[in-house]
Ligand binder design. Structure first.
Ligand code: BTN
Length: 329
């Protein structure tokens, strides 16, 4: 069982030498504990939100302490019309989407934002789970009540994708690409995922929840080993920690403007911004939609956001929902 006072000593050693990598050997000597015990302390500190980089053959370097997300602080920085007028931050939730859906059911106002420092049952698309350790990433859900029919709700994915891409670029300098329909990638690795859920009748939407998960300071060891698609974070891409606070403020401001534009002008201008971030045209991919899988070359995306795929017969098929994977996976 690792002792908390050793943890304090590790923090002190990092603070005394802020820019240095401290090897496992040095830490184990200084503390008089085994290297396995050092590793356990590092893991425990990361779980508390300390951002600690690990580089093979160099050791560990402290990038920063836990950055707590506080609702008042986020709200005080926001200049939005609608989004985030009501905003709640939790240390832990099963899933921000689940809580936002429940609050939507209970009558919460449009624009409510639910944020969690960690999720114990973070939801991904297609019934998958979303790795959600504490202190490192952003997990948030936005509650909306748009006057659109249920079949237009998937269009909102393009609004959140463009908002998230712009926020990452503005607040961290990381340039992303979009992968149809719901992912943001950096050099082919997934840095963010989007999950829309709604409560609707056949022709009327009660409320929609847009869930956004952004990998900000997750380290390589924090990703699950069985990921279907390679993943990354701002920290892994830039080598320095991103500010969750700056990213969330930029995200909500971009989203607020784009959502207003969507409601007044429609999807066209947002889709053209999304197309600028889309570089998968010409790629041969496998698209899985339920039990159905087809291989084809991506031709583009139509004016409603459906994926256009040229299959072996030469015909261009319209795909409304699915998972795009490399053809050889
Ligand atoms: C995916 O790419 O599979 C979608 C991932 C969406 C994750 C976010 S994190 C915040 C919100 N709450 C959840 O439980 N999921 C979404």
């Amino acid at each position: 069982m690792p002792r908390p006072d050793s943890r304090q000593k590790i923090l002190r050693l990092f603070r005394d030498r802020p820019a240095a990598y401290l090897s496992g050997e040095v830490l184990s000597r200084e503390l008089g504990i085994s290297r396995t015990a050092v590793w356990k302390h590092i893991r425990a500190l990361r779980a508390l939100g300390y951002r600690i980089d690990a580089v093979t053959s160099r050791g560990y370097r402290m990038l920063g302490g836990p950055e707590t997300l506080v609702a008042d602080e986020i709200r005080s920085r926001l200049a939005t019309r609608l989004v985030g007028r009501e905003l709640v931050c939790h240390d832990q939730l099963a899933s921000t989407n689940l809580t936002a859906m429940e609050l939507g059911e209970a009558g919460a106002a449009e624009g409510l934002v639910v944020i969690a420092d960690r999720q114990t049952a973070g939801k991904g698309r297609l019934g998958r789970s979303w790795a959600s350790p504490g202190g490192v990433n952003l997990y948030l859900s936005i509650l909306l009540r748009p006057s659109i029919p249920p079949w237009e709700v998937p269009r909102l994915t393009f609004v959140s994708a463009v908002a998230a891409a712009r926020a990452l670029q503005d607040a961290t300098g990381v340039m992303v690409e979009v992968k149809w329909p719901n992912d943001l990638l950096v050099k082919g690795k997934k840095i963010a995922g989007l999950l829309n859920e709604m409560s609707a009748e056949s022709d009327a939407v009660h409320h929609v929840v847009l869930g956004i998960g952004l990998n900000i300071n997750m380290t390589a060891g924090q990703f699950p080993s069985d990921l279907r698609y390679p993943a990354t974070s701002v920290l892994l891409e830039t080598g320095s920690a991103g500010s969750r606070l700056e990213v969330v403020v930029a995200l909500l401001e971009h989203f607020d403007r784009l959502y207003t534009e969507f409601l007044t002008t429609g999807l066209t201008p947002i889709l053209s911004s999304w197309q600028e971030l889309f570089s998968m045209r010409g790629q041969t991919v496998r698209v899985e939609s339920g039990a159905n899988a087809r291989i084809g070359v991506i031709v583009g995306v139509d004016e409603e956001g459906a994926l256009l795929l040229r299959t072996a017969t030469g015909e261009v098929e319209k795909v409304l929902a699915g998972d795009v994977l490399p053809a050889d996976l």
